[in-house]
Every structure is written in C-alpha cells, then in structure tokens.
Design a protein around this ligand. Structure first.
Ligand code: NDP
Length: 372
C-alpha cells in the first residue's frame, strides 16, 4: 500500500481519532517456523480492530515479519484488508473456519487482537493449530485462565508471548535500567497512572464497557501498564495490595465496569507503587523517587512520544514504532527457534493477572490482599 492510500485506509477505519491513548520456557519441540525459508516470520492478525491497525502499520516497517494472514468475523473488512495488505485469499479465515489454519504452512504465528474475553479461546485454538501466539494485554480475564493458556501452549510445543510493546521501547528500557541498577539509589516510591476521558454518554456498543467481554474497566485495559512499569523498574514482585474504586459519575455508562480505580502495591524491598487507572479523566505519567534522586515520564505509558527527566537532566531517546520493534524482537527469537525471554512470555502476563485479581479483590473487600 502506498503512503496516501494507507493513510486514507487508516482514516476510514478511525485509527488516530479515537484510538485509545492509551508485560523458564522449554524450547518448542516443533521446528515448523518459516516454511518460506526467507528469514521472515509469517504473521496472521486475529481480530481486525483498532489495535490490529496499529500492528499492521508497524508490520509494514518490519525486517523480520510479514503480514501473511487475517482472521475476522467481518467479511467486508477482511476483503478490504486482504486487498490493502496483499494477503492471499487462502490465508483469510473467519472465527468458524479458523482451526483449518493448522494446515497452512504460510502462517507461523497468530497475533490475537480480540476483546479480552476471547483471548483464552483463540490462544488455545491457535496453539492447537501448532502456531506460535502473541496475545494482547490483558492476557486473559484472570490468572486461572492464563495458567490454562500457558499449559496448552507448552503441551502443543508452541511459544506464547504477550504484546507488551513497552518492553522494547528505549525510554522504558532506560527507566528499567535506572531502577534496577539503582543509578539514583534504591527506589522507594513509584507513581504510575494511565487514564483517558471517555466521551459521555459513550458508545453503548463498546465491548470495553461490557464486563463479559472486557472482564473489567480501566484496570483491565490500562492498569496493566502501571503494574508492569512498577515491576520492571523495581525488578521485584509485589507482595500485597490495597485498592479503592473511584466514584461512579455516570451510572448508566459505567453500569458494568468501574469508572476509576486506585491501588497501592507493596514490594518486598519496602517500595510502594501508587496508581490510578480511569475512564473518567486523562492521566499518563510515571514517577520514581529514589534515595539520591528521581526519574519521571509524562507522557509515560501510552504510545508516546515519551517525555522524561531525571534529577540530573532530561531523558532523550529516539522515538520508535513500538509495534515494529516488538514484532521484530519477538520474530528474531522465534526464527532461530530460541525460547522467548520470560519478561515477554505467557508467564509475564500471568504475573500481571495475579496482581489484577488481587487489586479487584482488595477494592471489593476493602482489605489488604496478599499476592501469591
Ligand atoms: P476493537 O474493538 O477495536 O477491535 C476488536 C476486534 O475484535 C473487532 O474489530 C472485531 O474484529 C473482533 N471481534 C470479534 N468479536 C467481537 C465482539 N464480540 N465485539 C467486538 N469485537 C469483536 O478493540 P481493540 O483493537 O482496541 O482491542 C483489541 C485488544 O487489543 C484488546 O485486548 C485490547 O486490550 C488490546 N489493545 C492493546 C493496545 C496496546 O497498546 N498494546 C492498545 C489497544 C488495544 P473483526 O470484525 O475483524 O472480527
């Protein structure tokens, strides 16, 4: 697709206007990667929504991936995508015939970009079709489902990654280094928050507002980034949590999911991370206070470009396409049949979902909840 027609295509589907502003494996037994033997991973996108557009756009600049397949429940959209991205018709599936992908040697990996409640089913079906899988955040609706997804992928000899785009982003790699190498001494306090204002009265058809499809509100959608950043800056796992639901300002719209939620994670080294995620106001920032200084970002957790400083100066790192970088890093590992590092594998999503489960429990009970 040329630049103009791609931009028109993205405008038509609404990307950029309402896109949300908005992460110990054994080696796979199967060596089925890259049947074309051309050093590119053949990727099928499953669920052609807003974020699939961002990933497809990122794939256009990828050195190690190719958009080779589509899975969609909307035939007209699938046809338009197939044309725009030159995907052959035999590589286009719907949710009914998806399992036939097992016999398609031109697809190496399925990227699941569906509403949260569908992640588990499609990860399991992709794994049973002997395809590697990337699943979007949140990995599933709860930790138990994540455990099942990991087990099936292990049993099928495929690798499972979570789409944690910030794990490859230079500014985030730097705050991880500043925290874990204690460049400003021990980090004692973190604030990491992400929220945006939904348009009142809001789209009644938006799956994010339906608990059965989303599993919850801004915590499921945005809170994962706050939890992630605290974990990788500290290099520790939280041991307990307290949490509070925010006020429900629009009871009709927030009938099924929380409007806002705040929580405090307590880490074994003594650090505390305080966060809020919201559909009621915009916030996008990260702050770490340490013994000998601080470092902070705002914007911090969205698509950026990120802006940051430390107690000794500005943080200036190149702006990259987060999706291209993520896909290339994952593909380089899969193409050489190496195990994915744990920080982007299914285990990482499981850790986050254990914390999410504990946050909801803490908010519902008003008690401090231990995280196993
Ligand atoms: P969208 O609503 O834009 O797209 C979801 C797509 O899933 C739809 O377009 C549709 O595609 C398919 N679908 C199948 N069944 C349903 C259903 N019952 N209701 C709605 N859609 C359905 O969602 P997003 O792209 O914003 O989010 C998808 C996933 O990506 C979520 O898990 C989200 O958390 C994650 N995400 C990650 C981001 C990141 O930065 N990493 C940013 C935004 C989202 P089709 O018509 O082709 O079947």
């Amino acid at each position: 697709m040329n630049h103009v027609s791609r931009r028109k295509f993205l405008q038509n589907i609404g990307l950029g206007s309402s896109l949300l502003s908005v992460s110990g494996l054994t080696l796979p037994s199967n060596n089925f990667i890259n049947s074309n033997n051309d050093q590119k991973l053949n990727v099928a996108l499953c669920g052609l929504g807003r974020y699939a557009n961002a990933v497809a756009y990122g794939l256009e600049s990828s050195n190690y991936c190719r958009l080779s397949g589509l899975v969609s429940g909307t035939p007209t959209k699938a046809a338009e995508w197939a044309k725009n991205y030159r995907v052959p018709s035999q590589n286009v599936y719907n949710y009914q015939n998806f399992d036939k992908i097992i016999s398609n040697k031109d697809i190496d990996l399925v990227y699941v970009l569906l509403p949260n409640a569908m992640h588990k089913e499609y990860v399991i079906r992709a794994a049973k079709a002997k395809k590697h899988v990337i699943v979007e955040k949140p990995m599933a609706l709860n930790a138990k489902d994540c455990e099942e997804m990991i087990k099936v992928c292990e049993d099928e000899g495929v690798q499972l990654a979570v789409g944690y785009r910030l794990h490859y982003e230079p500014t985030h790699l730097e705050i991880k280094r500043l925290g874990q190498e204690k460049v400003f001494g021990q980090v004692r306090y973190i604030e990491a928050s992400l929220g945006y204002k939904t348009d009142a009265p809001g789209d009644p058809n938006e799956w994010r507002m339906k608990k059965a499809l989303s599993g919850g509100g801004p915590l499921m959608n945005l809170g994962v980034y706050c939890i992630q950043s605290a974990r990788y800056v500290l290099g520790e796992e939280p041991i307990s949590v307290t949490a509070q639901f925010g006020p429900n300002t629009n009871k009709a719209y927030f009938a099924e999911v929380e409007a806002s939620i705040s929580w405090q994670l307590y880490f074994p080294g003594g650090a505390v991370c305080s966060s809020v995620s919201s559909y009621n106001f915009a916030i996008d920032r990260f702050y770490a206070g340490a013994d000998k200084g601080f470092f902070e970002l705002s914007p911090a957790l969205s698509y950026g470009p990120f802006k940051g400083r430390t107690s000794t100066g500005e943080l200036n790192f190149p702006v990259i396409n987060q999706q291209t970088q993520q896909m290339d890093e994952i593909a380089r590992i899969l193409l050489t049949n190496q195990p994915l590092p744990t920080h982007i594998a299914g285990q990482e999503g499981l850790k986050d979902m254990r914390i999410v489960d504990a946050i909801y429990k803490a908010a519902k009970t008003g008690k401090k909840i231990l995280i196993r």
